[in-house]
Design a protein around this ligand. Structure first.
Ligand code: DAH
Length: 349
């Protein structure tokens, strides 16, 4: 009879799992387990019989697994038995803290947002961007005022802010643009950095919005930086991330900290520009905001705006991930259902 090694492995894993769950309230139960697993007609003995038909090249590996299974079963049964020794009437808890640890069966998987974040980082590292991280609890200056958004500025309404109630000066950062300010305050140009991180907004949770999400901020400051540099950098990113055939377009927009400002669309990844539900039949989808750093922001952070110029951009990691993997519900990212998360393992580079 031919033996399918995969079936055998499945059986071994199922038995290991069963063994791990095993508990006993009575001595007789332990004896039943011994018979079920290790006696002449037991499940493990049956596997050893099957083992004879395993192809030679797999014998070594399969043999080790089987021996391991038998050892685990023996140890488990001994441990269960010991509880009843010396005290025949006592019903004791089934924990034995000295028992050898059982192997971990369920391996986790990297979260899709981490996979995409790492991909973004790797794309920008290739063109010299460093990584910098800021803080999630931020003061008003770094999240707003230094970025040309003083109190009562209408642009604050674009971002529903969570204030830290003990101190109205403190907010949960609403954007990773706050990291720009820290960097510019503390480093001398040239600066070329990427800041990934979690941000918060007081939004109702739905398929398209959440009160926490992730952004990546990019900042480039040097003596001669132009809008053309910004455009080429973002075109390079779009092609690396979504494929060589991807096109971009920049639409004029408004952000308080950039002038001029733009939003960038990429040609729809699903219909390649022909028009579909994802791009609402326009052929384009928006993926980020960007612009030339407003000279006033440079000055706010102690950088001479007569000498230096810069560009900045910011994007949502959830949005990029949803587009890349055609996901429709943002909430999936925060439920941590291993069945969802595991589907991305193959995407990891
Ligand atoms: N911070 C903006 C937001 O959360 C995104 C953004 C737009 C960042 C333009 C930038 C930029 O650096 O230049 O919506």
């Amino acid at each position: 009879m031919r033996i399918n090694p995969r079936d055998m492995l499945e059986k071994i894993n199922a038995l290991l799992e069963e063994l791990e769950q095993l508990t006993a309230q009575k001595k007789e139960e332990v004896e039943e387990y011994r018979i079920r697993f290790l006696s002449k007609k037991g499940a493990i003995t049956a596997l050893f019989d099957d083992f004879k038909a395993v192809p030679n090249d797999l014998k070594r590996e399969m043999g080790q697994k089987l021996n391991h299974l038998r050892d685990i079963a023996q140890t488990k049964i001994n441990t269960l038995k010991e509880q009843f020794e010396g005290n025949e009437t006592q019903v004791s808890p089934t924990f034995d803290l000295s028992a050898p640890a059982l192997p971990v069966f369920q391996m986790g998987a990297r979260h899709p947002l981490s996979i995409v974040k790492n991909e973004i980082i790797s794309i920008f590292s290739k063109i010299g961007f460093t990584i910098s991280e800021g803080r999630e609890i931020e003061d008003d200056w770094h999240n707003f005022s230094a970025l040309n958004t003083p109190e009562n500025h209408p642009a604050r309404d674009m971002q529903d802010t969570f204030y830290v109630s003990l101190n109205p000066e403190l907010v949960l950062r609403t954007q990773t643009s706050s990291v720009q300010v820290h960097i510019m305050e503390n480093q001398k140009p040239p600066i070329r950095t990427l800041s990934p991180g979690r941000v918060y907004r007081n939004e109702a949770i739905s398929a398209r919005a959440h009160c926490q999400f992730h952004q990546v901020e990019g900042l480039f400051i040097d003596e001669k930086v132009s809008f053309a540099d910004l455009k080429q950098t973002l075109l390079y990113f779009a092609k690396e991330m979504f494929g060589e055939e991807t096109k971009i377009r920049l639409r004029p927009s408004y952000f308080p900290f950039t002038e001029p400002s733009a939003e960038m669309d990429i040609s729809c990844t699903l219909c390649k520009g022909a028009g579909c539900n994802v791009c609402k039949h326009t052929g384009w989808v928006e993926i980020l905001g960007c612009g030339m750093v407003d000279p006033q922001v440079l000055e706010n952070c102690g950088i001479d705006s007569a000498k230096y110029k810069g560009f900045a951009f910011g994007m949502g990691i959830e949005r990029i991930t949803m587009l890349k993997y055609q996901m429709k519900d943002l909430r999936l990212f925060f439920e941590n259902d291993v069945r969802v998360i595991k589907q991305f393992t193959a995407a990891e580079k």
